[in-house]
Design a protein around this ligand. Sequence first.
Ligand code: KG4
Ligand code: ZN
Length: 336
Amino acid sequence: NNKIITLAIETSCDETSVAVLENGRRVLSNIISSQIDIHRRFGGVVPEVASRKHIESISYVVKEALEEAGKTFRDIDHVGVTYGPGLVGALLVGISYAKGLAFARGIPLNGVNHIEGHIYGNFIEDRELEPPFISLIVSGGHSHLVYVKDYGVYEVLGKTRDDAAGEAFDKIARALDLGYPGGPEIDRLAEKGNPQALDFPKSYLEDGSHDFSFSGLKSAALNYINQQKMKKQPIPLEDMAASYQQAIIEVLVEKSIRCAKEKNMDKIVLAGGVAANKGLRALLKKRGEEEGIKVQYPSLTLCTDNAAMIGSVAYYQYISGERSPMSLNGVPNLKI
Ligand code: KG4
Ligand code: ZN
């Protein structure tokens, strides 16, 4: 029997997720228990509430993941767990559970970087996908352009200097009373709006920089909202969403294309919660076609936080002989 069975745990933010994988790319189960309904009334994730909810859910989610996979604890070869970046209290719940399981069963533990996990969502989606490629990782907590040279070998080409792309979506959605998380709602409204209706700043930063900055755009949008309110003028929601979204995705797409050209890569792989954005998918695909660059992205469940993507990273660590110590701790600001 040469099949490696991974049990993976993800609790870095507001989803308690557990997955069981076979050989790192075949998902036997991927259970996601979302706390979004609890945090929604606060307009964002409340860290202390998130930790408590993870504690309540983790054992049940593990049980469900094993059942759906048709496995028991005895079938598990190693345990993978997110150890950063994320909310430290939330991370610790998953880490403690993972350590307990690894210790009790006498099996290895693999601590996983959440951002790496997002990239690996693509290896699950497309089992033929191999490095090297350029990856654009955009989520609620991070925005990175990474040159993936090989499994576990990365060069960060650019990252955000202030807000993450998902934050930029969520903060404006909040100012517009669109609820939390706001990204999906802006996406939905933008489909019906005119992206040229309002002129928002697109920040490309200095020549040659692959970094991002969304704070200027956010301020411009907040100013516009306030002005409309002062003038007692309605905000054209669909045009506003479309124009605002366009200002974000145009920069993301152009910088991704530039990185691909600079590194002579003919493949760009999208990852992270914002990769679910329909406008971003379409524009990147279109620009890719124009430039002869193949663009791919995972299905929606593998874009947003889930444990299967964590399990995939853990598997590649395991087969390369990497092990995490029992002293593994949560690292809230872990870098890729
Ligand atoms: O990867 P993820 O689930 O969690 C983090 O690791 O942060 O990403 C969540 C982020 C949120 O900011 C959410 O608004 C954004 O992804 N998001 C979207 C869409 N779906 C989720 N942003 C724009 N358009 C979407 N369709
Ligand atoms: Zn994430």
